[in-house]
Design a protein around this ligand. Structure first.
Ligand code: ADP
Ligand code: ZN
Ligand code: ZN
Length: 736
């Protein structure tokens, strides 16, 4: 008998190399581990790492003396189903990203570190016998403890441990201290979580909603993409809820992706209230163990709904029934660094694989999705009217030319704010620029505070008393005098949200002004509290960046002022017009959702700008027609396909040389492709590195991808490839 030849495993490691690593299978193995199984492998000098098996074979290209033997196998069963594994391989190939980083990126942190896969049974907290009997006496309690006690008095069945922090903001310390006092106890949750009764009743859909939901439901069990094109407040969310209910009722799962959960807590609450607690969340502000729990629940089919942001698209589902992408146009679905995937596009691929319908919802669909609807790839469903009686807001242009301004606010806008406040209604003033002023200038010599690492003006943050570079986060103090001429008064030029809040507080001293931007909501839970105080009427004037543009429903808000429309009108990026229009429509959608008609006032120095006019006169649909015509004439996406090769280095020659070489390689195989560059990136320098890029455009996706495949292999071998930081962005959404 010849010796049995040892099996060779191909293993992916979380390293930026576009290949698998080979190892002899461990000797004690009964059968080779399947693709998607984690295994310990030696890597580098006497180090062990966790890898994921890609496959096995009997032969290796390498001489057998060079192969090491793998260590222990971690999982009894592969982590991913065969379908899911195929999706990950596809994504690695489509986005030309190293397979190891793709696979590990799809795992929650705890599994990346080697934690074993087991669903711990959940625990509940409830009153102890002692806690029940002395419900109103006994030892003195702190306010948090008292709140917890009264919460548990209202919950006869106890409260799941995971819910405590997530929904009641009760931390471990409070639980432990009351437990130590003998007032509460923890116990295993009774059995697997069974579907609890929904808390709030179904809403009866209106005719348009019912038609949309019916058409989608008719395709359950089949792949079919839908574009749910409905104005803000038209009841898209109700359509989702209806479908989720149907799907959950038949024992399958819904995957719901939203741009940013922190910004849409109302959506989470609505789903929970309607569907019950079998909703698993997946987003970045969860703890590692919460993410693991959600991942495992979704994979085991214990969650009816997986609701999450971009990365949730990689979570395995036992029985997918429907995919829903809310605000499908939002650019946060595209990851902008590392593995640059589009969660929306991956979800479409995944839905196709799984044979289930996918719903892309938006009031302002992306040009890609509109194009797909017009060419028949997607079925478009429209909800043209707001649900209930709310009328669309009235849009008014404020021509800023020759207007006197108070800070950044014109007299007509001031008067309008005055009227709304007098009627005890709320006002939202939108300015997508945080900080106090975007420029600080010396009045004597013209010196300007700039970030030396990025060559852009520094933003002055008055409250924090420092300059901030919004591109590289560099911080510095304000000099007392001009560093250039030593004299000179330093002028604050331009307006950010901080300054706007100052202006409006001065102008309306009685009004309660609330500023909502990334700076004012940095601490956890603050955003939720602010949104609550708006809902309860504890704020009169809201000043917000795009954080406040989405998702929220403030019935008493009747006036939206857009301070600066001009910034979005002129930009080098071909998508900036689309983005501006989407943002305007989203912000405008905040006005007048209930019984009072809303008004939107747009301040601009360019009241006749064609994009602005088409948006105001023909709405988003007419605007989109104009943009799509432009794109077709210029052969830009969605009429062509792009890939962007970026490179950066501290010395400008290095990335240029790399991209020149890259261009040369691509030209040899570039049948039907157009190559532009290398050119400096629109943002030429960031954090001290000079940035260059090469744009590749193809009229056929297949041809583009065929060329990219072999190209990226060779890029790694360009002399100097190790020196530059380079990345390939397939279907880029941001060309800066
Ligand atoms: P969208 O997601 O399109 O912005 P929502 O689903 O949030 O819209 O609905 C906007 C408002 O209208 C919400 O307050 C919602 O409760 C209400 N609404 C939606 N559909 C109906 C309906 N069929 N009947 C009554 N109210 C509805
Ligand atoms: Zn000066
Ligand atoms: Zn900087």
């Amino acid at each position: 008998m010849p010796h049995a030849r040892p099996v060779i495993l191909r293993v992916a490691l979380p390293v930026p190399l576009r290949r698998g690593f080979e190892y002899f299978a461990p000797p004690a193995m009964t059968r080779p581990p399947g693709p998607g199984t984690r295994i310990h492998v030696p890597f580098g000098k006497s180090r062990w790492r966790i890898g994921i098996v890609l496959g096995n074979s009997m032969r290796s290209e390498l001489p057998s003396g060079r192969l090491k033997t793998a260590g222990a196998i971690i999982d009894d069963e592969p982590l991913f189903s065969a379908d899911h594994f195929r999706l990950l391989l596809w994504a690695s190939e489509y986005y030309q990203h190293p397979i190891g980083e793709v696979l590990f990126g799809a795992l929650p942190g705890a599994l990346r570190k080697g934690k074993t896969v087991e669903l711990k049974s959940d625990r509940v907290w409830r009153l102890s016998r002692a806690g029940q009997s002395q419900a109103d006496g006994g030892t003195r309690l702190g306010p948090k403890q008292a709140a917890l006690l009264s919460l548990l008095q209202q919950s006869a069945d106890g409260i799941l441990e995971g819910e405590m922090r997530l929904h009641h903001e009760i931390g471990r310390a409070t639980l432990k201290s009351l437990q130590a006092k003998g007032r509460i106890e923890s116990a295993p949750a009774p059995g697997p979580v069974e579907a609890p009764r929904p808390v709030s009743a179904q809403v009866a859909l209106n005719a348009a909603q019912a038609r949309a939901a019916g058409q989608i439901a008719a395709e359950l069990g089949r792949f079919q993409p839908f574009l749910l094109n409905g104005v803000t407040g038209s009841g898209k969310t109700e359509v989702y809820l209806n479908l989720i209910n149907t799907v959950a009722g038949s024992g399958s799962q819904a995957l719901v992706l939203v741009p940013e959960i922190g910004l849409t807590p109302q959506l989470v609450e609505r789903i929970r209230a309607r569907i019950g607690s079998r909703v698993a969340l997946m987003h970045s502000s969860l703890s590692e163990s919460e993410r693991l729990a959600s991942w495992l629940q979704a994979r085991a089919g214990q969650a009816d709904v997986l609701l999450g942001t971009r990365s949730a698209v990689w979570t395995p589902l036992r029985k997918p029934g429907i995919f829903i992408i809310d605000e499908e146009h939002d650019s946060s679905f595209k990851q902008q660094d590392g593995f640059r995937y589009s969660a929306r596009d991956v979800a479409i691929m995944r839905a196709r694989d799984a044979g289930v319908p996918i719903v892309l919802g938006s009031a302002t669909p992306s040009m890609e999705s509109l194009h797909n609807a017009r060419t028949g790839k997607y079925t478009e469903l429209r909800l043209p009217q707001r649900a209930g009686d709310a009328l669309p807001p009235e849009i008014r242009i404020v021509d800023l030319r020759h207007q006197r301004l108070d800070g950044a606010i014109s007299l007509p806008l001031i008067q309008a704010i005055d009227r709304e406040l007098a009627a005890r209604r709320q006002v939202l003033i939108f300015l997508n620029r945080r900080g106090y002023s975007p420029v600080i200038l010396c009045h004597a010599c013209g010196w300007m505070a700039t970030c030396k690492r990025c060559n852009v003006p520094l933003t002055w943050h008055k409250r924090a008393d420092r300059f901030l570079c919004h591109h590289c986060a560099l911080q510095s103090r304000l000099p007392l005098r001009c560093p250039e001429c030593g004299a000179g008064e330093l002028l604050e030029v331009g307006h950010g949200t901080e300054r706007l809040a100052e202006t409006l507080s001065r102008r309306f001293p009685e009004a309660r002004v609330l500023r909502i931007d990334r700076d004012s909501t940095r601490r956890k839970g603050v955003m939720n509290r602010m949104v609550e105080s708006i809902a309860t009427g504890d704020a009169d004037i809201l000043i917000g960046t795009q954080m406040l543009a989405k998702g929220h429903d403030f019935p008493n808000l009747t006036l939206v002022g857009i301070v600066d429309a001009d910034r979005g009108l002129y930009s080098t990026d071909y998508r900036s017009g689309e983005r501006m229009a989407q943002l305007f429509m989203q912000v405008s959608g905040r006005a007048g959702r209930a019984e009072h008609r809303g008004t939107v006032m747009i301040q601009t120095h360019h009241p006749d700008h064609p994009l602005l006019r088409s948006l105001i006169e023909h709405g988003y649909g007419g605007f989109a027609d104009a943009v799509l015509r432009e794109r077709r004439d210029a052969q830009l996406p969605p009429y062509s396909y792009l890939a962007l090769l970026r490179a950066e280095h501290y010395r400008p020659e290095t990335p240029q040389r790399f991209l020149d070489a890259a261009r040369g390689m691509l030209e040899q195989r570039a049948g039907g492709l157009q190559i532009f560059g290398p050119v400096p990136a629109p943002m030429e320098k960031r954090a001290g590195r000079h940035r260059f890029q090469l744009l590749v455009q193809g009229n056929s996706r297949a041809a583009l991808h065929k060329a990219l495949r072999s190209w990226t292999q060779e890029l790694e071998d360009i002399p100097g490839a190790r020196q530059v930081r380079w990345s390939l962005d397939v279907d880029p959404v941001d060309l800066s």
